[in-house]
Design a protein around this ligand. Structure first.
Ligand code: SF4
Length: 369
């Protein structure tokens, strides 16, 4: 039995790996990469088969945030040139969210910039969610509105909200290096409050923020301790106009190792391949489907993803099936945009791959779904 068989066996039995094993996944060499992916696939297949759940992001309030999260294009003082708008009206939210549903999404994620909602903001979002659920009773709604105060999670739950997202993002030890306006403990409290209110907890991380392997293992273990149902794994999109512009430290291979480590630590959670997959995994995206069981369809909050049709084609080509596909347009082999003709090198800056979103929510252009 190899060390990878051992870690996969533990994961199938929901046994937490040793820290040394999680670190070994991150430190493994390229010769072992496919073995790492295969071991993670055994775990993924055990809990989720070959299904891929599609989630769809709707940015219901964009930009102009008073917080200073260094990685975020919506932060205070950002000059990233992203779309800026206040709360979208309910019909605008519904139009975007339902475009995602039509593309195959089984969960829509309604996300607002800001430190956290006021009680009036909660009123507004609850009304929107209730309208959406009335029209789409089988589609899950995840809210992501920042830090919650007493009673807000309960009100969201009562309105029909399925889940609440609040990412830990990085380790407690690294947190002060990525944000100074709130603390790691604030984030833990909000995830805990959401869970206590009966909302499905969704909490994940961002890799590529200058963290060490130890930090990545710390945050993965901290997430395991919170027992989230979903764990989004983001890869930093280094927007020009933010403090982390120019920070390109991820390779496609490292992204796969990070995803595998998270799968071994949180084996039965929905591990969601999130922002940055196109620009960091690039042509290795389909390999990641062997580790994660969920992706975001189409665009992100402030940046464009690959066309939703290309996501569906990728899933079909890799031999996976879209969860709930019987409700959605069948995955089809739509033409994929021509690849960048410049040769790709590893961990080299690729600002040409970061495109500010100019369509969908908050614009008059159709959504990418
Ligand atoms: S991550 Fe959220 S809280 Fe932080 S700056 Fe961005 S929108 Fe504001």
């Amino acid at each position: 039995m190899t060390w990878l068989d051992s870690i996969a066996d533990k994961a199938v039995g929901r046994v937490l790996p040793a820290r040394s094993e999680a670190l070994a996944v991150l430190a493994s060499g390229d010769d072992e990469l496919l073995d790492v992916v295969a071991a993670a696939f055994r775990v993924r297949r055990h809990y989720f088969g070959r299904r891929v759940k599609l989630n769809y992001l709707v940015n219901i309030k964009s930009g102009l945030c008073p917080e200073d999260c260094f990685y975020c294009s919506q932060r205070a003082g950002s000059s990233a040139g992203v779309l800026k708008y206040t709360w979208l009206k309910a019909d605008e939210v519904l139009a975007s969210a339902e475009a995602g549903v039509a593309g195959g999404a089984r969960r829509v994620c309604l996300v607002a910039s800001g430190r956290g909602p006021t009680d009036r903001d909660i009123d507004r979002v609850c009304g929107t969610i209730a309208s959406f659920k009335e029209r789409n009773p089988d589609v899950e709604v995840c809210a992501c509105l920042g830090l919650l105060t007493d009673g807000q999670a309960q009100r969201l739950r009562a309105a029909g909200t399925t889940a609440y997202n609040h990412n830990l993002n990085t380790s407690g030890g690294h947190y002060a290096d990525i944000c100074t306006t709130h603390e790691y403990a604030d984030r833990v409290s909000t995830v805990t409050a959401a869970k206590a209110a009966g909302l499905s907890p969704c909490s994940g991380l961002i890799a590529g923020l200058g963290e060490t392997d130890e930090d990545l293992v710390d945050v993965a273990f901290a997430l395991r301790a919170l027992s989230p149902d979903s764990v989004p794994v983001n890869f930093l999109m280094p927007f020009e106009g933010t403090p982390l512009a120019g920070r390109w430290e991820l390779t496609p291979q490292r992204c796969l190792r990070i995803l595998a480590m998270v799968r071994f630590v949180c084996p039965d959670a929905e591990v969601r391949l999130a922002g940055g997959r196109e620009i960091h995994l690039r042509t290795l995206q389909p390999l990641a489907l062997h580790i994660v069981n969920s992706i975001f369809l189409g665009d992100y909050l402030t940046s464009e993803g690959q066309p939703g049709s290309a996501d569906l084609a990728m899933i079909a080509d890799a031999g996976f099936t879209v969860e709930g596909a019987e409700h959605a347009a069948a995955a089809h082999a739509a033409p994929v945009p021509a690849a960048d003709s410049a040769p790709l090198s590893l961990a080299t800056p690729r600002p040409d791959l970061v495109h500010v979103r100019r369509r969908g929510a908050g614009t008059s252009l159709p959504a990418n779904s």
